[in-house]
Design a binder for this molecule. Structure first.
Ligand code: SAH
Ligand code: SF4
Ligand code: F3S
Length: 458
């Protein structure tokens, strides 16, 4: 009988990718994934440490998993509880102490060692592994993956050397590391063979990717994307998350030259104030950022832009906040994430003077989000009446509904035959909302003859 694996994932897309890889490696030990923790033999929480709230949620979930473990024990069955990801990396010892029922704690760079760790925990030995091993996990994780759907993540870079003063990532993920181009291309081809149509290249600082190319020379991300665009079945390429300092000329030009590179970029700026950017150690000014955006807009007219913002960083005044608002007005984003600053233990920001009162943070976040939401709605509204190519990558909640993405990263809901799942189809946009749009398929020969019919006719 196969064993059951439950994984819950928090945090960034890298964690989503990692959870898939953990499932892949555990499949080779006979573990099948389940959506229900109560029938799992191994429960993994893949955690995020980026803000305080993310960490708190882990401890409240652990309490629930403990109940499942105890219920199993009463039936004479054994279940293991594991904490992986960035909380495990940052607070491994605290977890082991605070939660005696946790069997395994391991950080993001150790997933390739899961088989031996599971074996150890099965033998009643608590596992703690927060090493940064010399070998790269990517050399050991299974290359083939269980089908993820038409849109897949592909990790190409991990870790960060930037040390923004608010951020835990350099501590939890370690130093920057780029996977060799050949390994990335190989994984892309395997995804293509599974029917994947869109890949999103992932990295904490993905545009810092650089590595040995297949021709022996050193490549940058633009060159890697160009090589990936030769993989025939891959129709769409995206990458995230990027740092403004690493947007080189070739990468900006690539947005105009590589048709498969989608007209959307998530380029976080965090603040519009040079003073705060300096305190954050972002290593650039607001003007530097605006210049990159202008060049991107020139290279790829109509490109949609996105960013992350932090309000209430220590020392932020009303004037600094006004500069953030002015930057948002000037750029005009299609969608953004914005957060209240959350002090993280061990980061320089946590001990900086000029702590901003919670009330002020709330007010600034409210004001910023109102503007960002307005821009997002306006952006979606501007598509009404237009025909856009939509890649259907999810099934809708209602039967007969498919969900897809426009090139500009908007969610699009359509009443459509399920057989169009995984295909890119022209959709006439009828309605726009804050978080997406809906429309109707533009009927053509192609959409009328479903894949099954085509096969039948062949
Ligand atoms: N590598 C990415 C971001 C990683 S974290 C980059 O360089 O932009 C994702 C976002 O979380 C950040 O962009 C930032 O806006 C937010 N964030 C990170 N640390 C935070 C903190 N201590 N408090 C509030 N938001 C934070
Ligand atoms: Fe964190 Fe800054 Fe690195 Fe992004 S660039 S992961 S915000 S330290
Ligand atoms: Fe969170 Fe770690 Fe990603 S802290 S955002 S899961 S890199």
């Amino acid at each position: 009988m196969s064993k059951k694996l439950f994984i819950k994932t928090w945090g960034c897309q890298m964690n989503v990718y990692d959870s898939h890889k953990m499932a892949d490696i555990l499949a080779s030990l006979g573990y099948e994934t389940t959506e229900a923790p109560d029938d799992a033999d191994l429960m993994i929480l893949n955690t995020c440490h980026i803000r305080e709230k993310a960490t708190e949620k882990v401890f409240s979930d652990l309490g629930r998993l403990r109940a499942h473990k105890e219920a199993k024990a009463e039936k004479g069955e054994k279940a293991l509880i594991a904490v992986a990801g960035c909380v495990a990396q940052a607070e491994g010892d605290v977890i082991l102490q605070r939660a005696q029922y946790v069997d395994m704690v391991f950080g993001p760079q150790t997933y390739h060692r899961l088989p031996e760790m599971v074996l150890q925990a099965t033998g009643d030995k608590r596992v703690v592994n927060t090493d940064f091993p010399v070998e790269s996990k990517f050399d050991y994780l299974p290359a083939d993956s269980q089908m993820q759907g038409p849109s897949a993540f592909l990790s190409v870079q991990e870790g960060c050397d930037k040390f923004c003063t608010f951020c835990v990532v350099p501590y939890t993920r370690g130093a920057e590391f780029s996977r060799p181009a050949e390994q990335v291309l190989d994984e892309a081809k395997r995804l293509e063979a599974q029917g994947v149509k869109e890949i999103t290249l992932l990295g904490q600082n993905v545009n810092a990717w650089h590595g040995a190319g297949t021709d022996g020379s050193e490549w940058d991300l633009a060159r890697l994307i160009s090589a990936l665009s030769d993989v025939k079945g891959i129709e769409r390429i995206r990458y995230m998350t990027s740092h403004p300092k690493d947007m080189n000329d070739d990468l900006i030009a690539a947005h105009g030259e590589i048709a498969k590179l989608m007209p959307f970029l998530h380029l976080p700026v965090q603040s519009g104030s040079d003073r705060i950017l300096e305190l954050m150690n972002r290593k650039h000014t607001a003007d530097f950022y605006i210049d990159i955006i202008e060049r991107l807009k020139k290279a790829r007219p109509g490109i949609a832009l996105s960013s992350d913002f932090i309000v209430g960083f220590p020392g932020e005044t009303d004037e600094d906040h006004a500069q953030t608002m002015a930057l948002v007005e000037r750029i005009t984003y299609s969608s953004c994430y914005s957060f209240k600053y959350s002090p993280r233990p061990g980061t320089p920001g946590a001990v900086m003077k000029g702590v901003v009162p919670e009330k002020t943070k709330d007010a600034r976040l409210h004001e910023l989000q109102a503007l960002l939401q307005k821009q997002q709605l306006d952006f979606n509204l501007s598509a009404v009446g237009k025909t856009v190519p939509v890649l259907f990558d999810r099934k809708g909640n209602k039967p007969g509904q498919l969900l897809g993405k426009s090139p500009w990263m908007q969610s699009v809901y359509v009443d459509a035959n399920e057989r169009l799942y995984g295909q890119t189809v022209d959709v006439m946009i009828e309605k726009a909302f804050q978080n997406g749009m809906s429309g109707a398929i533009v009927t053509t020969e192609e959409t009328l003859s479903t894949p099954d019919k085509k096969r039948d006719a062949a």
